[in-house]
Design a protein around this ligand. Structure first.
Ligand SMILES: NC(=O)C1=CN([C@@H]2O[C@H](COP(=O)(O)OP(=O)(O)OC[C@H]3O[C@@H](n4cnc5c(N)ncnc54)[C@H](OP(=O)(O)O)[C@@H]3O)[C@@H](O)[C@H]2O)[C@@H](O)CC1
Ligand SMILES: [K+]
Length: 505
């Protein structure tokens, strides 16, 4: 699936109508019919349905849904929330068809009348506002949306829950809290925005027959789904040996935080790395070694329990490096981190405290010739950009894209909808994972999986997207069968990797 902005959707629509010659009324018919079919699968004929229609094409879809339901023996009540003269074009055409098919339309005389309509219905179909919303909600939509959210009725939104912005940038809005949203043709950006996702409820896409050429490489955002993992995840060659699957080096940890590198190493081995070496402060090695028998170790000199600057680390024999987890934010450790990142001629993944150290001097990553992968969560992204978390929440796609382009790096912006960005501005949104991953250690495990993926035969963006998918899928499988979102631990996810790899082998 592509992920589109409102403007990109309008452009695809324009191409379909102007270049491919599709009539706009047909697209609306297709949209309304496809959604009506979904409604039929959710709602009984005996139930009362209230269709709320606005003045634009979202409202037009509402008239088609009402007509289709009427034709199938349902008795929808259509409540028009705009003046008659506001309804034009394809929406007016379908309004007339609905009337011709025997439908009747009611209009809201005063905003507070909405409660009477809501009390008399079982189901609300929200076709008030779609991707054409601009600015703050105007009456009566603000009051109607609040009233719909207050009553406990099955609410089904058309294309987008009314009031929710399609694009990035708007944090403050009043929107329908839908139970289901049937998104027309492609998910809009806000489906994947942390502050908007919940409004959509259970969402899925209905296709309305827009020509494939309309997309013609225009849209650089996509979802990463199981089918993509199936077609890109390399299988293990029967004649391979441990050297064929990569020698990875993990640099991090401290006396206070020895567990993080252990989790990264274990996850990396479980995700298919051939050999893993942990470079960490020498005093932490004995405790880590007990948890991670398959790893080898590179003892590092320390100062007050953290990795010190004054030492040479031979990084020449590794295929990829992950650096930063559990290493702390001491200045000395930072100097060493930047030296290693600058010197390494292999892919380097930078996570956690490593991100703090490179945020002090971003030219270190910009100047690198080999791939650099950064794995910030929203707080770390704000730190890298020297901005607020609120700004990252409001603009995750555009900020990640511009950062990746500017510094020539791969970025894994971690959140409920993790976004992988490449230096050309392409983006993939992961579709697995659950709230159980919002815990300490999850990031360390993800870094380990990504380190393993980077060292297998796949394109960098595929490696990163597959890694995120597998990490989330392991957590999803675990909360279905053995655990809950409350009790799930990062170490459970490492064990759960087996269930995911078995389905892909
Ligand atoms: N993608 C496709 O190919 C297809 C897309 N289709 C559908 O079209 C939808 C997009 O339709 P659209 O462009 O007509 O915009 P839409 O969302 O109905 O709203 C526009 C109206 O909202 C109003 N309004 C605006 N801001 C407001 C505010 N703050 N507060 C209050 N009112 C406000 C504004 O009113 P006015 O400013 O004129 O008073 C205007 O009339 C799309 O989401 C999908 O459902 C399908 O039909 C099939 C093909
Ligand atoms: K809507």
């Amino acid at each position: 699936m592509h992920i589109v902005t409102a403007n990109e959707m309008y452009e695809i629509d324009r191409f379909a109508i102007e270049n491919a010659g599709v009539d706009g009324t047909i697209l609306m018919e297709n949209a309304g019919r496809a959604i009506a079919e979904k409604v039929v699968s959710l709602v009984k004929k005996s139930e009362e349905i209230l269709v709320l229609v606005g003045s634009g094409n979202n409202g037009g879809d509402g008239f088609v849904i009402a007509k289709t339901l009427l034709n199938q023996g349902y008795k929808p009540t259509v409540l028009q929330l705009a003046a008659n003269e506001k309804i034009k074009g394809a929406a007016l055409y379908h309004k007339q068809l609905f009337i011709n098919y025997g439908g009747t339309i009611q209009q809201l005389q005063a905003s507070d009348e909405i409660t009477v309509f809501l009390n008399n219905t079982d189901v609300v179909i929200d076709a008030m506002l779609g991707i054409g919303i601009t600015g703050t909600l105007r009456p009566p939509f603000d009051q109607v949306i609040k009233a719909v959210n207050e009553v406990d009725k099955l609410t089904i939104s058309v294309d987008i829950p009314s009031g929710v912005p399609a694009d990035e940038g708007v944090l403050d809005f009043i929107g329908i809290e839908a139970d289901y949203t049937f998104v027309i043709e492609e998910p809009k950006m806000s489906v994947f925005l942390e502050h908007c996702t919940a409004y959509y409820g259970n969402w899925s896409v209905v296709k309305i027959g827009l020509p494939h050429q309309a997309y013609a490489n225009q849209i650089k955002r996509n979802t990463w789904v199981e089918q993509k993992v199936r077609t890109t995840l390399p299988s293990r060659d029967a004649f391979s040996h441990k050297g064929s699957h990569g020698r990875g080096l993990i640099i991090g940890g401290s006396r206070q935080m020895p567990g993080s590198v252990a989790m990264t190493a274990l996850a990396s081995l479980r995700a298919g790395s051939g050999l893993i070496t942990i470079a960490t402060v020498k005093e932490a090695i004995s405790s880590i070694a007990q948890q991670c028998l398959e790893a080898t170790f590179l003892p590092l000199a320390s100062q007050e329990g953290v990795i010190s600057e004054r030492q040479q680390i031979d990084i020449s024999t590794y295929d990829a490096i992950a650096i930063g987890m559990g290493m702390g934010r001491k200045k000395d450790t930072g100097l060493l981190t930047r030296k290693i990142v600058a010197k390494a001629k292999v892919p380097v993944l930078i996570d956690a405290d490593g991100l703090y150290h490179i945020s002090e001097e971003l030219s270190v990553i910009t100047n690198r010739k080999s791939p650099t992968i950064l794995t910030p969560h929203f707080g770390e992204m704000a730190m890298l950009l020297d901005t607020t978390i609120q700004n990252v929440i409001a603009h995750p796609f555009s900020l990640a894209e511009s950062f990746s382009r500017k510094h020539g790096v791969y970025l894994v912006l971690k959140g409920p909808n993790t976004i992988v960005s490449d230096p050309e501005g392409n983006q993939w949104v992961n579709t697995t994972g659950n709230a159980g991953l919002a815990k300490g250690g999850s990031g360390d495990v993800l870094s380990g999986i990504l380190l393993a993926m980077i060292m297998q035969r796949q394109k960098m963006t595929e490696a990163l997207s597959n890694g995120c998918f597998i990490h989330g899928k392991a957590a999803d499988n675990l909360v279905v069968k053995k655990h809950s979102e409350q009790d799930l631990l990062a170490t459970d996810v490492i064990k759960g990797l087996a269930s995911v790899f078995r389905t892909f082998s």
